[in-house]
Design a protein around this ligand. Sequence first.
Ligand code: CLR
Length: 377
Amino acid sequence: NYQQAVPAAQKSTWASFVKSLASVSGDLSSMTAPPFILSPTSLTEFPAYWNERPALFAAIADGKTEEDRALAVLKWFISTLKSQYTSRNESMGSEKKPLNPVLGELFYGMWPDAPDRGGVTTLVVEQVSHHPPITAFRIENKAKGVVLTGHNAQKTSFSAGSIIVKQVGHALLTVQTAEGALEEYIITLPKLRIDGIWYGSPYIELTDTSYIQSSTGWLSTVDYKGKGYFSGKTHQFKATVTKDGMTKHVIDGLWHTTSKDTTTGATFHDVSSPKEEVVVAPLEEQGEWESRKLWFNVAKGIREGNYDAASKDKTRIEVDQRKRRQTEREAGTTWELKHFTHLDNDPVYERLYKLFKGTGLPEKEDVYVYRDNGPHP
Ligand code: CLR
């Protein structure tokens, strides 16, 4: 029933939070939410979800043909969805409200080498905007020549008791083929519906369509459906892989478990094996702007239920941020990004957009270009 997952002492704050959701549109990140729904993790950590199966990322480079590689990109992409959208329900009981990163916040990580991946994979994340929150990231397996660069922001609205999250931004995956050619894949991001709000136990369902368009002409169109569409199950998807308008593969299944290539009947993806979390430097070695160092006291307070301590340190961080912005305004300067350069128009997106044909996607997109100056473990 209503509010069953909400602690008794927080029921009225939850009710007013839910009420205010209906009126706030655009940016939820700065809204104050009751303690039980707070996550100790900053949004800058989320891009690590793109690579919790480093072998699948590396395997993109092993595809012998354009078709192989297009399928390998799709398989890796579908296999990231469980980490991106449902893993937190298992680790924290429900979806929670992540810490809202400050401008210039950084998150570095890596996945070690192993026989199935040819080398280490590195992660560089930077919070490139605070209002609205925008996170830029770069994941690279140098030995394999596979690189993912992207940025992510959200536009939220409220409809029929659910939070609707439109992801703004896109990712670019590049792969160096064995023949030395550079292939590009523009990846667009699915829409989210956050259900279970009334009960105080939010969870994510994916809706609508996302695309992976390759410079080779291969296009994957992924349709997401929840309960009661293709079948009675949650987290369903159907992916159509086409070349020159001709359907070559149809993949069908549940993104948080397994799927099949209906053309051949073979298993397409399977995420039942354990994922590999990103490796992060010990706190003593981290800089002031690195997520886990910056939010240490806030995260500790949230984890231990010491919300006074958490909110005290959160206020300290926010006051410091406001002072910095004030100083910049007075000096007529702006905050300088460390690892990315912002361009109003992404030339790669613009080039590949011509191949999207009638998908309803925007004609132009901005981009955060990586400066290749991140720390490489
Ligand atoms: C961030 C980019 C990742 C995928 C992803 C997963 C979960 C999303 C998150 C993104 C953005 C912030 C988000 C979150 C789920 C809940 C949270 C939309 C898109 C909002 C801000 C919190 C709402 C508060 C309720 C849970 C009460 O690759």
